[in-house]
Write a protein of this length. Structure first.
Length: 280
């Protein structure tokens, strides 16, 4: 009975901080989308985000469903204090490939002629800066943690007296699928991060890591490959199982080679095995 009461109260409490702003939701959808798409309300807008300019366009590369893209949504377990509203300046093209979550306090700029391509199940958490002037691609299932920034332009030209040149100041950025960009990371123009990678907190990623292959831990300022053969688990069922496992045991959980494709999403996801001996 107490469990049922807790579930009901938690639902009420979450709704008290996460109210859909229907006026902004209707405005955003019908401002950017053709009527046949807008009436499905694929964008849900929470709170009071600011729309500095919405003269660009949105392209869906997936079936449209109601509320599939959530903007300015608060998460009660997020590590950042969620008191600021997201700002959006969309003059270029925003590509949506599936469900997307954009949290609070973000600033997202897509300049005229630029393309911001968000993969399915992308999560941009809180207080992030996405500054797109050419092309930024974020792969399916990737997470951009709080206070990170992704900027494909430095906005200024720099003179190199020694070489007698002025270099180009903007280059595309590519982030692979199911890649975890940890908090307070900066990613600059020309950066390429492979699939299933982890970028450590407070890193500066300013070069192409695509030749390093997938499943790398990248960290540092500037960033370098720390180790290979490591990636984050995104499947909720397996995360729940591992939480249960480590609540009863301090030893690492052993996996077999056959588990890896499923954990990486390269095959049909399946639950990890529960080792009965460790649970009595």
């Amino acid at each position: 009975m107490q469990t049922l009461i807790n579930r009901i109260c938690s639902k009420i409490e979450r709704r008290s901080i996460n109210r859909i702003n229907w006026i902004r939701t209707l405005y955003f959808n019908f401002r950017l989308l053709p009527y046949r798409q807008a009436k499905q309300l694929p964008f849900y807008i929470y709170g009071k985000p600011s729309f500095n300019s919405l003269c660009g366009k949105v392209v869906f590369k997936c079936p449209i469903s109601r509320g599939m893209v959530k903007i300015n949504e608060q998460k009660i377990f997020a590590p950042s204090l969620q008191t600021l509203n997201t700002q959006i300046n969309l003059c270029g093209t925003l590509i949506i490939r599936g469900k997307t979550m954009i949290g609070c306090g973000n600033k997202i700029i897509v300049a005229k002629g630029a393309v911001l391509d968000l993969g399915a199940n992308t999560k941009i958490t809180d207080f992030c800066n996405i500054d797109c002037w050419t092309n930024i691609t974020i792969g399916d299932g990737s997470t951009i943690a709080h206070r990170s920034q992704i900027m494909d332009s430095n906005h200024h030209f720099v003179v190199n007296i020694n070489k007698g040149i002025i270099a180009k100041n903007m280059f595309p950025i590519s982030i692979g699928k199911e890649t975890w960009i940890c908090n307070s990371t900066t990613i600059t123009g020309g950066a390429k991060i492979p699939n299933h990678c982890i970028v450590g907190s407070n890193s500066l990623v300013n070069k192409d890591f695509s030749k390093e292959g997938d499943t790398c831990l990248i960290a540092g300022m500037p960033a370098k490959v720390i180790t290979k053969g490591i990636f984050r688990i995104y499947d909720q069922d397996n995360e729940d199982m591992l939480i249960n496992y480590f609540s009863n045991c301090d030893n690492p959980y052993s996996i077999n080679d056959e588990d890896i494709p499923s954990l990486m999403g390269e095959a049909v996801r399946k639950p990890l095995r529960i080792v009965n001996s460790l649970f009595g």
